[in-house]
Design a protein around this ligand. Structure first.
Ligand SMILES: *[C@@H]1O[C@H](CO)[C@@H](O)[C@H](O)[C@H]1NC(C)=O
Ligand SMILES: *[C@@H]1O[C@H](CO)[C@@H](O)[C@H](O)[C@H]1NC(C)=O
Ligand SMILES: *[C@@H]1O[C@H](CO)[C@@H](O)[C@H](O)[C@H]1NC(C)=O
Ligand SMILES: *[C@@H]1O[C@H](CO)[C@@H](O)[C@H](O)[C@H]1NC(C)=O
Ligand SMILES: *[C@@H]1O[C@H](CO)[C@@H](O)[C@H](O)[C@H]1NC(C)=O
Length: 788
């Protein structure tokens, strides 16, 4: 029953056996190993779970990860939906996905978002904003620009569930929102009084409370979160109130630009007047702005249209905003097709059905699990289906019958757990994503390593889409995937250097082929890109070549298989057996460190080793010097971390680190010393790598250290930016297995069970695996070498 502990090179056919074994082992092992037996029984099913007291949607809290750097999008979305409304805040450092659960001000309710991404605010185009009325009933006196209209929320009023988001503002407007695939539907609830208490600005709410006559004004701003727009057009129809338009924007972590469009209609109240605004100034005599409208040029930043209503008889105004990347008229068509009825409850219910159906492939016995754990588990699963986004039918770049997915943001993060999870729980969509990746290769010449908003994103390390493709092929996702084109794509990564490898493919191809590593002083004449990251690019290229060898094997390319297997050994070229774990503590000036010796180190072209402190770029030593613009040899992690990244040849690594016992000692030290940083995806696999030294119990031990202490159901309950990957890590850990992406290998641990207190001892049961070392009878280990 040695599912993951293969003694021969893996073959495709085994994968489903593994899955079966995994299920079997979940069910059996805890009974043998623990007392009292409490089981999380999971099975892949197709039954749709009905609405009931154990409706899984009640365990999903989209607000998890909306502070503390999680950058999670908590708004309404369908699984992989393109339309994503939420309240945007002006905490731009945290607002990568628009909303932040803090005291920052609300600037509007925009139409597109990404989720969980690092760094810059992403998308957030075309926010709506609502005033309950204007001072002295004069529309000029309402606030229009994003900076001026920003207003406090009512504390604790943000409500989020799958398909629904709502918030109450201090201007007494309560806004609810939901979405279909390409349309957002907003319900603005205004107070019934004829005179409305009105917080004019953030400071007015405290200092000069005033009232205004109830006459709602809703504006639509052409701005996005990063204020990246240039040009564009917008118009409002004075009779119908319909607003439509679009503009050009820049992607948040990539090159180039993209165009986005919208079409907004209103329902529920009589129109009094309409107009436009440019920055802070509004007029009712101009009904259109932009390049197409002669003199009324559209400035950068805030500019848009508005419509003012008579007091609504139901005190509600609905706003339906269709979106498109093709044209404003396609945005209108999307809206009319998907939400012809303006029926808010129907749209919410349809979204719930879609989520319930997606998640119902997993059946869990909740007995004995506390609410915190259940919420952590299901919410993490939910977040794995927010990105990538399904933009099929909305791709302006090329004509194709293939599906088009975008927001692979970034594959460097998502290949490790999210895509392997989707391969199991949503193989249809994962298949479409792989087809989309291959179609991107076909039309743009390379697979992306990161992609957002129809733009090439920056490559952080290797060409890791290779692993996504290999993982899908190894796990038998074959339906309608053109694997010969897919294979051509990964070979292109391995063999052909693009002229700009900062956004696709690999750099230093000549050195890679000739020297077998990326030298720290690489003289790359073929293309341009950041010539840093000697270590991390070397180990990622080596693993990427390994999975290409696996694909070559599947597809019958024998010579290639041998070639890429050979290159997959290149990581060894950077192994410096003499490098010591020493660093000078900035505060004390003392040399500190540990006795561990032997790390991956950067190397010059002439073969001499250069040097990088083994802890550099870890939380204990200069963590923040290894981002995209780094001059160091590792990316977002230390040589300590990267020295474990050899999933293709753990046998050699364990032996280089002094054998199984020393390997375990070193990996334990990695976890206990603070060098490890669970907030970043490369740290996932080292949590489970004790398996390769025959000590899966240590993997289980560390899993239980991190859940729930770092992954939990609080709003700050994610250790780093989510990337839609953190939830995949915790979901796997709950279910008791973890993928070695690109291989048909899963590392098994006891599933997380328990919750509540032990009836005799009163002790919290969670963490019992931490106290009792778990030793299965199977001791096979180490990924085997195979003679080429
Ligand atoms: C792999 O997929 C093919 C085509 O969908 C199918 O015929 C075959 O049975 C699958 N193999 C396994 C082991 O599931
Ligand atoms: C919301 O609560 C926080 C404390 O959590 C407080 O600092 C802030 O002033 C409150 N904001 C409003 C608008 O009441
Ligand atoms: C406004 O919409 C109405 C109804 O569709 C249409 O007849 C009219 O021409 C539009 N006005 C403008 C200025 O486009
Ligand atoms: C190799 O090159 C590096 C950097 O130019 C230099 O410091 C080192 O001395 C060279 N080693 C040898 C053996 O020439
Ligand atoms: C929840 O997770 C966060 C982020 O990892 C962590 O900072 C916090 O301490 C955890 N809270 C609890 C109660 O475990």
């Amino acid at each position: 029953m040695a599912g993951p502990f293969l003694t021969t090179f893996p073959r495709r056919r085994r994968v489903f056996t593994f899955a079966l074994f995994s299920l079997f082992i979940w069910a059996i092992l805890p009974i043998e190993s623990f007392n009292p037996p409490r089981r999380l029984l999971l099975g892949i099913t197709k039954t749709v779970v009905g609405k009931s007291s154990d409706d899984i949607l009640q365990f999903i809290d989209p607000l998890i990860g909306t502070v503390n750097g999680g950058h999670v999008f908590p708004g309404a979305t369908l699984p992989y939906g393109m339309a994503k409304p939420v309240a945007d805040t002006n905490n731009y450092g945290e607002a990568a996905s628009g909303f932040v659960s803090d005291d920052s001000l609300i600037t509007g309710f925009s139409q597109f978002h990404d989720s969980g991404t690092g760094g810059n605010p992403s998308m957030g185009n075309f926010p709506l904003f609502a005033h309950p009325g204007c001072p002295e009933d004069d529309f000029v006196k309402c606030h229009y620009s994003a900076a001026e209209r920003a207003i406090p929320r009512i504390n604790g009023s943000a409500t989020a569930k799958p398909g629904y988001f709502a918030i109450r503002l201090s201007n007494s407007v309560h806004i609810e929102m939901t979405s279909t695939a390409h349309t957002n539907l907003f319900r603005f609830n205004f107070p019934p009084e004829a005179e409305v208490p009105y917080a004019y600005t953030a400071s007015d709410s405290k200092d000069t409370p005033q009232t205004v006559p109830s006459s709602p004004l809703i504006l639509l701003d052409m701005i996005d979160l990063g204020s990246t727009r240039s040009g564009g057009n917008i118009e409002v129809n004075a009779t119908t109130g319909r607003m439509k338009g679009g503009g050009g924007f820049r992607p948040s972590f990539g090159q180039g630009s993209y165009k986005a469009y919208f079409c907004a209609d209103f329902h529920g109240a009589e129109i009094r007047r309409t107009g436009t605004f440019s920055r802070t100034d509004a007029t009712d005599s101009v009904q259109a702005l932009g390049d197409s409208y002669g003199s009324a040029r559209i400035p950068q930043g805030s500019a848009g249209t508005w419509v003012q209503f008579a007091q609504a008889s139901t005190n509600q105004v609905l706003a339906r905003v269709g979106v498109s990347f093709i044209s404003a008229s396609q945005a209108c068509q999307n809206a009319e097709r998907e939400v012809g009825d303006f029926d808010f409850s129907r749209v919410v219910a349809a979204s719930e059905v879609a989520w319930r159906e997606k998640l119902s492939v997993i059946k869990a016995d909740h007995t004995g699990l506390n609410l915190d754990l259940l919420t952590t588990f299901w919410s993490g699963l939910y977040r794995t289906m927010i990105l990538p986004q399904d933009y099929t039918g909305e791709n302006p770049l090329w004509q194709s019958d293939e599906p088009y997915y975008d927001s692979f943001y970034c594959i460097w993060d998502s290949f490790r757990a999210q895509h392997p999870l989707l391969t199991i729980i949503d193989p249809e969509t994962q298949t479409d994503m792989v087809r989309a990746l291959i179609d991107i290769y076909k039309h743009e010449g390379k697979l992306p390593d990161c992609r957002m908003s129809f733009s090439k994103g920056f490559t952080q390390g290797g060409s890791n889409a290779d692993v996504v493709l290999a993982d899908a092929l190894i796990k038998n996702l074959t339906k309608e995937i053109d694997w010969s084109l897919g294979y051509e794509a990964v070979v292109s990564d391995a063999e052909e250097e693009p002229s700009d490898w900062s956004v696709s493919g690999r750099g230093g191809i000549d050195s890679w082929h000739k020297l077998g590593y990326i030298p720290v002083d690489d003289d790359d004449r073929k293309g341009a890109g950041p010539l840093s990251r000697s270590i991390s690019r070397t180990v990622e290229y080596a693993y990427d070549d390994f999975v290409i060898a696996l694909m070559a094997r599947e597809l019958g390319h024998k010579a290639d298989e041998a070639k890429y297997l050979q290159r997959s050994h290149n990581w060894r070229n950077l192994w410096n057996a003499d490098h010591e774990d020493r660093y000078r503590d900035k505060a004390t000036g003392k040399v500190e460190g540990s006795a561990f010796r032997g790390f991956l180190q950067p190397r010059f072209t002439n073969g001499t080793f250069s040097e990088q402190t083994a802890r550099l770029c870890s939380p204990v030593y200069e963590q923040h010097v290894c981002y995209f613009d780094t001059r160091h040899s590792t990316y977002e992690g230390s040589p300590w971390l990267y020295s474990f990244y050899v999933p293709q040849d753990m046998a050699s690594l364990v032996s280089l680190m002094g054998g199984a016992e020393h390997f375990v000692e070193r990996l334990d030290y990695f976890h206990s010393s603070g060098i490890m940083y669970m907030g970043n995806e490369p740290n996932f696999l080292p949590t489970f790598q004790f398996h390769y030294a025959g000590r899966p119990g240590r993997s289980a031990y560390w899993v239980h250290q991190y859940i729930p202490s770092l992954f939990n159901s609080t709003i700050g309950g994610i250790p780093g930016n989510d990337d839609c990957a953190m939830g995949a890590f915790s979901a796997f850990a709950f279910m008791g297995f973890f993928p070695v992406a690109g291989q048909d290998v899963y590392l098994l641990t006891p599933p997380i069970v328990s919750g509540g207190k032990h009836k005799d001892t009163g002790r919290e049961r969670l963490g019992y695996a931490a106290q009792r070392e778990f030793r299965p009878r199977v001791h096979g280990y180490i990924y085997p070498e195979r003679k080429a």
